[in-house]
Design a protein around this ligand. Structure first.
Ligand SMILES: *Cc1c(COP(=O)(O)O)cnc(C)c1O
Length: 894
């Protein structure tokens, strides 16, 4: 094999010191088990069986493992074991159990050889693993999970589990909702025994850590692997070569782009596999999350060397590692950088190679690939996998183009996550063809055949042809439309909430509905895992629910619609009291977190925790999510309070109209997103003025919690009385934190957008505070701002005036001018002025219910939780399995 050939290496490079047996990656094939004696002699098998590694089942067993890992794996002792070492050792001990189950799961799946799912996502926002593993695993005891046993053991060993858990850094390999969705889905796939693997990238740096300095966001690198990572298994034996650049060899003259072609790659790197166990809840199934890391090849580019380009050939080697160095920190925004496309191809090529290798072991014909493999694209980021599979089938496996293409389209499905233009992925063909010359040719051919089909169905409709073309003809350069490629390359396309799935059919993909019919388009409303977002984040509420449902082992976490039984208790005063107490305790814990992030100074008045409404908006900062409207609302409230005082009202009278409230914000802005960063600064500037204003006593507090991430979300979400999901109608595809908040007994103030619509349908419109314009009116409202004179509502005019006057930025009264201009002068694209009056009025209704009808409030809270079962990600995985993937569970033997 030459160093520049791009043929996939079908045999893994074999390290000479690795014995043959351990190189079997996923166990024996069914046909091999029959003649096992000829492969592994009975004698060897007997020794192996005699020393079979067993899971720890009790405290004794755990303690043995724990101390063993402290003394040998960590090379520490009783005398120098701190919380970090205890975290590592506990993780390694729990991991041992998971690995045994992982091995059994993988062997079982290999033996039964069912259809498998591969979930391709460029982001997995996993958060911490240890607590989740303790909850999801059972170690022999009567308890539903091994957590209480390990907690007791650690206590006797001299450690506090809560402190130990805090030593784990978040695996923050994602930006927000999309990455967290992938994490919830792999939890549900394992829990439901679906034979599924996740594929992603092992970024050295996840999403940046956010610091707030003088009110401004400052990004600092998140080197999460600093102390190593006990949850990953480095698979040095699995290294896949991936090639970039180069050219397509057409020296035989006869070749057309359609016949098998030889891509002579220029740069070559290796993808090394890192595996993370994904345990299911109350099952011994442990699935796999495989993340790839880039490393240089050991081979040398002689072509470059011989042409005297020694320095560059060494540099290229060094560049390899930069491919998986960091996560791009944009949420719902496409930047179009070459390194990003490189990340995408690196990941798609390595993952597909792995998937194909596994398929090939069973010696099935290629036509059976779609019966054995379903590949799910989480957004358009993995769309290159479609092209890569076509390349492998045509160029390397020499299948006929059309035969190959029907296999490809039957294998893939695509989930769309946004309708916003700035988020849709497009790649200039110059950049694309330079990095992936053969793939660009294949895309042209895919497009050619697709457009022929369209032309057949709609003869002479040239306008339609140019509208649906995968290649966009635009100046200065043509572009590849990745969403169109994903649609053409998949058998199903889904949106992530009903409203969103309808919107994509009516707007961005309208022409594709015309071409394919509407059956190709479907909906799977997002969900969240109740294991992390109820049991782990809010153990006291899970316990209370378990008691109320007569389900102390908390089986409801596997069957969330069972929660409807809670409705019976909604009016029970005793139950309401217990419910309220759980909430009050969670609010105290959030007050602790706020104090920690505020240099130890308390902002929240603990004496009044029960009658302070915690009003929370935590999510990525984005103009479409409208944190600016929230903070304008806070300013409006503050000004109104001040006005009452000025006009002679007593503080008691003010408190009656504007009772105690804490307005809590959190979220990261993309580093290059100027307006979002300015919104963060405004929130902090308002906080500084309001929190220090002695006149309003403690009636209003404003807090920005820095560095919002999964582990902080687990503390913040259970503490909410009210959360805000107030995006401009039609912009938020689904939202998932809306579901998390409701599952924790918080009420929502929200617009008729994303999954808020279905949440309302499930929990009842009496239990949610909806306001604002509907998505069908957005176009007209925007038109009015552009072409007609529109007046600001007086409430908003007042707020903007106070900002302009410099109340919140005395040093620089112009600081927030861009935020004001976007509303007053640039067409108010996000319609803040159209929704502000109804927002403020709805907030006043919220105050009234919370402060004068508290029992009614608690009842709404209980009824909401009772009816949130639909939003378990278990339901999503059932829908995907039945309607898109066509896969079935493989249950462990009992
Ligand atoms: C759930 C979650 C999100 C998504 O929140 P939305 O409000 O739905 O955008 C973002 N970040 C983190 C850390 C989350 O847990």
């Amino acid at each position: 094999m030459t160093t520049t050939s791009n043929d996939l290496i079908t045999e893994e490079p074999r390290a000479p010191h690795v014995p043959r047996l351990t190189r079997r990656l996923t166990g024996f094939l069914p046909q091999e088990i029959k003649n096992i004696d000829t492969i592994i002699p009975l004698k060897s098998r007997n020794i192996w069986n005699k020393h079979q590694v067993k899971k720890f089942e009790d405290k004794e067993g755990f303690e043995g493992r724990f101390i063993g890992h402290v003394e040998t794996t960590l090379a520490r002792s009783l005398y120098n074991c701190d919380d970090l070492a205890a975290y590592e050792s506990t993780s390694l001990s729990v991991r041992d159990n998971l690995i045994i189950d992982w091995n059994n799961t993988q062997q079982r799946i290999t033996a039964r050889d069912p259809k498998r799912v591969y979930y391709l996502s460029l982001e997995f926002l996993m958060g911490r693993a240890l607590d989740n593993a303790l909850i999801n695993s059972q170690a022999g005891s009567d308890e539903p999970t091994s957590r209480p046993m390990v907690e007791k053991s650690l206590d006797e060993l001299g450690f506090n589990l809560e402190d130990v858990l805090k030593k784990e850094p978040d695996a923050a390999l994602g930006n927000g909702g999309l990455g967290r969705l992938a994490a919830c889905f792999i939890d549900s796939m394992a829990t439901q025994n679906i034979p599924a693997w996740g594929y992603g990238l092992r970024y050295e740096y996840g999403i940046f850590a956010q610091k707030i300095i003088d009110g401004y966001q400052v990004e600092t690198p998140d080197y999460w692997l600093n102390f190593g990572n006990p949850w990953e298994i480095e698979r040095n034996e699995i290294q896949v070569p991936v090639t970039f650049y180069g050219y397509v060899d057409r020296s035989d003259g006869e070749s057309t782009t359609l016949s098998p072609s030889d891509w002579i790659g220029g740069e070559r790197v290796l993808a090394v596999a890192y595996d993370f166990p994904v345990p299911g809840y109350k099952t011994s199934t442990v699935n796999n999350l495989r993340l790839w890391k880039a490393k240089p090849t050991t081979e040398f580019d002689f072509a470059k060397f011989n042409s005297g380009d020694y320095k560059n050939s060494v540099d290229a080697q060094q560049r390899a590692e930069s491919i998986t160095a960091c996560l791009y920190p944009n949420d719902n925004f496409n930047q179009g950088k070459e390194l990003r496309l490189k990340q995408q191809y690196f990941w798609c090529a390595a993952s597909l190679h792995d998937i194909i290798r596994r398929f090939k072991k069973t010696s099935r014909p290629w036509s059976e690939l779609p019966d054995q493999v379903a590949i799910q694209l989480n957004d358009t980021h993995p769309t290159l996998a479609v092209v890569e599979l076509q390349r492998v089938l045509v160029d390397l496996e020499k299948l006929d183009w059309h035969k190959a293409w029907s296999i490809v389209t039957a294998t893939f499905s695509y989930a769309n996550h946004t309708v916003m233009q700035e988020a849709l992925e497009k790649w200039p063909i110059g950049l694309f063809g330079h990095l992936l010359p053969r793939h660009l040719e294949i895309i042209y051919d895919i497009n050619w055949f697709f457009l022929q089909e369209v032309e057949k169905k709609f003869p002479k409709d040239f306008d339609l042809l140019s509208r649906v073309s995968i290649i966009e003809e635009c100046s200065p350069e043509r572009q590849v439309r990745m969403a169109y490629l994903a649609i053409v390359g998949s058998h199903k396309v889904n949106g992530v909430a009903e409203l969103h799935s309808e919107l994509i059919k009516k707007t961005i993909f309208k022409d594709f509905v015309k071409v394919y019919g509407s059956q190709k388009f479907t909906n799977v409303t997002n969900g969240i895992t109740p294991r992390r977002w109820l049991k782990q984040a809010n153990p006291k509420l899970a316990e209370l629910i378990g008691k109320a449902l007569n389900d102390p082992k908390q089986n409801f976490l596997l069957d969330m619609p069972k929660l409807t039984e809670l409705a019976k208790k909604a009016d029970d005063p005793e139950f309401q009291k217990a419910w309220d107490l759980v909430k009050a305790n969670n609010k105290l814990q959030l007050a602790d977190l706020i104090k920690d992030t505020n240099n130890g100074v308390d902002i929240i008045d603990r004496e009044h925790i029960k009658d302070t409404l915690f009003d929370i908006q935590v999510k990525r900062i984005h103009e479409y999510k409208r944190q600016q409207m929230n903070i304008f609302g806070v300013i409006y409230r503050y000004l109104a309070m001040k006005k009452m005082l000025k006009e002679g009202s007593t503080i008691e009278e003010v408190a009656k109209k504007y009772p105690r409230k804490a307005s809590i914000f959190g979220g990261k802005s993309a580093p290059g997103y100027y307006m979002a960063k300015l919104i963060i600064k405004l929130i902090n500037s308002v906080a500084e003025i309001v929190n220090d204003d002695a006149e309003i006593v403690d009636l209003l507090k404003v807090v920005f919690i820095p560095d919002y991430n999964v582990s902080k979300a687990e503390i913040i979400i259970p503490a909410s009385d009210l959360s805000e999901h107030i995006s401009t109608a039609g912009t938020e595809a689904s939202g998932t934190s809306n579901m998390k908040f409701v599952m924790n007994g918080g009420l929502i103030i929200g617009t008729v957008d994303g999954a808020n619509v279905e949440i309302t349908r499930e929990i009842g419109e009496d239990n949610i505070f909806l306001f604002g314009n509907l998505s069908e009116h957005v176009e007209e409202l925007r038109y009015n701002h552009q072409y007609k004179k529109t007046e600001l509502p007086p409430e908003l005019a007042q707020v903007l005036k106070s900002i302009e006057s410099g109340v919140f930025s005395p040093e620089n009264p112009n600081e927030f001018k861009p935020l004001i201009d976007s509303i007053k002068s640039h067409g108010d694209y996000y319609l803040v002025s159209d929704d502000f009056e109804s927002y403020v009025a709805t907030q006043e209704l919220v105050d009234e219910v919370y402060h004068t009808q508290k029992n009614d409030w608690i009842k709404k809270s209980i009824l909401s939780v009772a009816n949130i079962g639909f939003f378990s990600s278990d339901r999503c995985i059932e829908e995907y399995s039945e309607t898109i993937w066509n896969v079935e569970p493989v249950k462990p033997e009992t």
